[in-house]
Ligand binder design. Structure first.
Ligand code: GLS
Length: 831
């Protein structure tokens, strides 16, 4: 490519290269230029928003230079690429991250200062890119950061939702959803109006003969929607590697906008067509760990997957390689079952468009894909009605039937005596109506299947996918324990702690190899170090206390133990157990004498998280937390001993304030239900301890940091089944402590008892599926231990330091390297 450009032109290009800013003065100049020309403002009307925009644009210019070079390097070396397909990328804000990753924050700070702005205010202007629900989407964002930081040639592919996850308001204690229109001005995206793909839906399949007499399937008719690419640069930390996140936006195909209609006055129906097309990428489905089976969701999935595959195949074809080399050039990771249609779409491209034979194509497909499972919850496992497929994607349904046929034939051959096996593992569930089981399709279409923490990976192999382990052997299944990026979750969120760590571990290199944290262990007994450590925690708590004051007008004591549970609200995550525990504590305080109260350790119970809009029980939990707060927080008997806070609209940028301020965080899911959890890692990395069940990554965290540094309680996952069985068929009484809590609720102490009847009777009358009563006593006992241990601050801080020192394993860098080696077979690209 390079050689094709004549010398004089090349010279002209090279000498006019934009090099980005190199110092404060150059940066200032860039900011002013953007304010005055890009934004058409002046210093007289440059507010914080304009200053943010100009700062972001200056950094974007710089990133895009690196982005271009990275893309060129990947093209020239023709290296294998990894494509990470995810319906969710919960990115949060980009500016702070970009400044830190390219090491330009100090420059920006002093320049903005000179121009009359505070960098914190500027950073605070940015909308969160909240294109995800919770852990699954945030994991994808951490992975992008790690892939770029480790110089892997990687692309993310997702949807450019016009509305991200809704904003949560709390009104009279209830959650109210408000749309999140985040795109007014998004300096981080590049619309690529020249990169478009037409995507087909509906229609029918017609068989015909080609020139050689071979039968070919033609998918015809239906409707077409156009996908437009929007690119976001993903900067690596301390490396010029800048990867791409490509998000697709839908619009009416150019031929579809009916000018005839438009001109003849049928304005409305013409605009309606337009809007129908745009609806596809309009909104993120707000469910975490729950599948609702909506037709538009399936449309989103196909739209995104088909556009992405078209793009990937187009890139591959430029190399003029033989098809069988496709898996040597391309690895595609399916983030959950949401992109599973990609398996079918690639098979369709290869056999219908490229003329490959079925077996040859199928070998390519299965060598290309890997599938990550993120949950065992039955309500989250995706299934689609066959009828819907037939209507929306008729050719894909035929291919799924063929995939299933060949798969079942091979199973039958290997297990001729197990007739039941065939119906158990069939991709088509013979129910009324018939359903396509997406997880099974993903397993059959991939060469590796992984869970996200050890316990979870064991569970999928012994429960939901057990038959597939028999069929394919254990080698196809593996574990890759989740991780988090220390850049955002320590360096950015907790700059003072990061600086202290750097001062003791030999600089900021620990951000590139998190195991270096182990050097901290030698300072555990260093009093001065412990003091500094504790001061930083205190300052972070003061920051959160100010935030609580400014948003809720509640004063909390920063010296109290901050006990935090922030995550999506879900019965399996058991915020109800937490709030029942809080009520129990409140009742105890009420019974104490003034003398006894003086001995109590003050506590602030902090909750945050969104409920899916249609998840009624989760909304009841939010309501109860808020009502308990309004009673407890103004009870003069209680004072500072207990405050109950519900923080509105928990999101990534709020997590960056909350997590560094926690003393204790709660990860208390019913054992076996939380696949991994990743905030548990963030809290420990920021010097907080955990109260948790033996579930998800808690188990590995315990192994790494030592069981003396974590407060574990509750039923073990292997005992859950038996307990549930007993609840249904045997006798079980509600725990006596919990009964007191229920009595308080039903007496109307926290508002109309009827409002919370369902929360009580789920435990008391409906089998207590999440074992709240079974675990209640051990939860309360463990919280008592926490109170006791917190009184000994020296020992508490030592535990925190030791834990942080041992958290190296949980970097998403380690996690990505494991994927690269075990699943993708891909190497970093030298820079
Ligand atoms: C989730 C799990 O619930 C989390 O435990 C896990 O940490 C996360 C990332 O692997 O995936 N699955 C899901 O559907 N939402 C999640 O957050």
């Amino acid at each position: 490519v390079e050689a094709s450009i004549p010398e004089p032109q090349r010279e002209a290009w090279t000498k006019n290269q934009f090099d980005g800013f190199k110092n404060k003065d150059e940066f200032e100049k860039e900011v002013v230029r953007h304010v005055e020309t890009t934004l058409a403002r002046s210093m007289f009307n440059c507010d914080d928003v304009a200053a943010y925009s100009a700062t972001a644009l200056a950094f974007r210019d710089r990133l895009i230079k690196d982005w271009n070079k990275t893309q060129q390097r990947q093209t020239f070396t023709d290296s294998k690429r990894i494509y990470y397909l995810s319906l969710e990328f919960l990115m949060g804000r980009a500016l702070d991250n970009a400044m830190l990753n390219v090491k330009g924050k100090d420059i920006a700070k002093s320049a903005l200062d000179e121009l009359g702005f505070r960098i914190e205010d500027i950073i605070g202007q940015e909308n969160d890119a909240a294109l995800g629900n919770g852990g699954l989407g945030r994991l994808a964002a951490c992975f992008l950061d790690s892939m770029a930081s480790l110089n892997y040639p990687a692309w993310g592919y997702g949807l450019r939702y016009r509305y991200g996850i809704f904003k949560q308001e709390i009104i009279d204690g209830y959650q109210v959803e408000v749309p999140d229109y985040w795109l007014d001005f998004n300096p981080w995206e590049f619309p690529r109006h020249d990169v478009t793909v037409d995507i087909q839906f509906y229609g029918h399949v017609r068989k015909s003969q080609d020139a050689n007499g071979k039968t070919v399937a033609n998918w015809e008719g239906g409707e077409t929607v156009t996908a437009v690419a929007y690119d976001m640069p993903i900067p690596g930390y301390d490396t010029p590697s800048t990867n791409n996140l490509r998000l697709w936006s839908s619009k009416a195909a150019s031929g579809e906008f009916d000018f005839q209609k438009f001109n003849s006055g049928e304005y409305e129906s013409s605009v309606a067509d337009q809007q129908r097309a745009e609806t596809i990428s309009a909104v993120l489905y707000p469910n975490d760990n729950l599948d609702r089976g909506k037709e538009l969701r399936l449309k989103q999935q196909y739209f995104w997957v088909a556009a992405s595959l078209y793009d990937i195949v187009r890139r591959f074809k430029k190399s003029k390689r033989a098809w069988r080399e496709f898996p040597d050039q391309v690895a595609i990771q399916l983030n959950d079952t949401h992109p599973t249609l990609a398996v079918v779409e690639l098979q369709r491209i290869l056999i219908d468009k490229e003329g490959l034979e079925w077996d040859e194509a199928w070998a390519i497909v299965t060598a290309t894909f890997g599938y990550t499972n993120h949950t065992v919850l039955p309500e989250a496992l995706e299934k689609w009605p066959v009828g819907l497929f037939q209507h929306l994607l008729p050719r894909h349904l035929q291919i799924i039937y063929d995939i299933n046929l060949f798969f079942l034939q091979s199973v039958e051959k290997r297990f001729p005596d197990d007739r039941d096996m065939l119906s158990r593992v069939s991709i088509i569930e013979e129910s009324q109506p018939k359903m396509v089981r997406m997880a099974y399709l993903a397993i059959v279409g991939s060469h590796k299947v992984n869970g996200v923490a050890e316990l979870h990976s064991d569970l999928i192999q012994t429960t939901i996918f057990k038959d597939f382990v028999k069929i394919y052997g254990a080698d196809k299944f593996t574990n890759v324990t989740n991780g988090i990026t220390p850049r955002r979750w320590l360096h950015q969120a907790n700059p003072r702690l990061s600086e202290l760590i750097a001062s003791k571990t030999g600089g900021y290199d620990y951000l590139k190899d998190l195991t270096t944290l182990n050097k901290l262990e030698q300072y555990v007994d260093d009093k001065a170090f412990r003091k500094e450590w504790a001061e930083i925690k205190y300052a972070n708590k003061v920051r959160l206390a100010k935030y609580i004051k400014s948003t809720l007008d509640i004063t909390v004591n920063p010296a109290a133990l901050f006990d935090v549970q922030v995550k999506r609200i879900h019965e399996y995550k058991r915020q109800q157990l937490n709030i029942f525990g809080v009520i129990y504590r409140y009742l105890q305080i009420k019974e104490m004498s003034a003398e006894e109260r003086k001995k109590q350790a003050p506590r602030v119970s902090i909750f945050g998280g969104k409920a899916a809009p249609g998840y009624w029980m989760a909304k009841q939990i939010i309501h109860l937390i808020n009502n308990v707060g309004s009673v407890v927080n103004k009870d003069p008997d209680v004072g500072d001993l207990l405050k109950v806070i519900f923080l509105e609209d928990y999101n990534v940028s709020k997590a960056e304030i909350i997590i560094p301020a926690s003393d204790l965080s709660e990860h208390i899911s019913t054992a076996g239900t939380e696949a991994s959890g990743t905030s548990n890692m963030k809290f420990v990395l920021n010097g907080g301890l955990i109260i948790g069940t033996c579930d998800g990554a808690n188990i590995e965290i315990t192994r790494e940091i030592g069981q003396e540094n974590i407060f574990l309680f509750g039923t073990l996952s292997e005992d859950v089944e038996d307990l549930r069985h007993n609840h249904t068929y045997g006798k079980h009484a509600v725990d006596s402590g919990l009964q007191k809590v229920f009595d308080a609720i039903t007496s109307g102490k926290f508002g109309d008892a009827n409002d919370f009847g369902a929360l009580v009777s789920a435990v008391r009358d409906h089998g207590d599926y999440y074992l709240v009563s079974d675990d209640f006593q051990s939860y309360i006992d463990t919280q008592k231990m926490v109170d006791e241990e917190y009184k000994n601050q020296e020992e508490w801080v030592s535990k925190c330091i030791r834990s942080v020192a041992r958290m190296g394993f949980f970097s998403s860098d380690r996690c990505i390297n494991e994927y690269a080696e075990e699943i993708w077979n891909i190497e970093p690209l030298a820079v």
